[in-house]
Design a protein around this ligand. Sequence first.
Ligand code: HEC
Length: 112
Amino acid sequence: MWLVWLFACTGTEVGESAETGPCADAPVVTYETFGAGFLRENCQSCHAATSPDRKDAPEDVVFDTVDQVWAISDRILARAAIDEPTMPPLGGTTADDRARLEIWLTCADSGT
Ligand code: HEC
């Protein structure tokens, strides 16, 4: 739903390149402007390497650096950027933030 709303003004046909695809007119979202804060607030209580109580989050799923995030960005998108997310396990993210998460990990340059 949000995709339609966000990208309705692109006026382009289906296309995948940065110039013509849904990312063409997407707002710029990066780790610095959004990702780091989002992950800290919603994920790092369990996923930070230094978390005192990881609640059994997998040892290799850690979001301490931007590179660690991008290394499993496909899994983050699949678990946390969908309409009914399964991460965080108890929910709590807003639809707006999930939309930003998807734009970030879909449209930003990898590693930013
Ligand atoms: C309350 C603790 C907790 C929070 C908060 C949390 N997770 Fe998790 N996470 C887990 C646990 C436990 C697992 C392993 C079980 C599972 O996969 O459901 C896991 C597994 C994962 C995995 C690996 C499994 C896969 O499907 O590849 C990813 C990716 C992930 N979490 C992303 C996130 C993201 C992104 C957030 C924040 C939006 C988040 N998690 C917030 C506890 C948490």
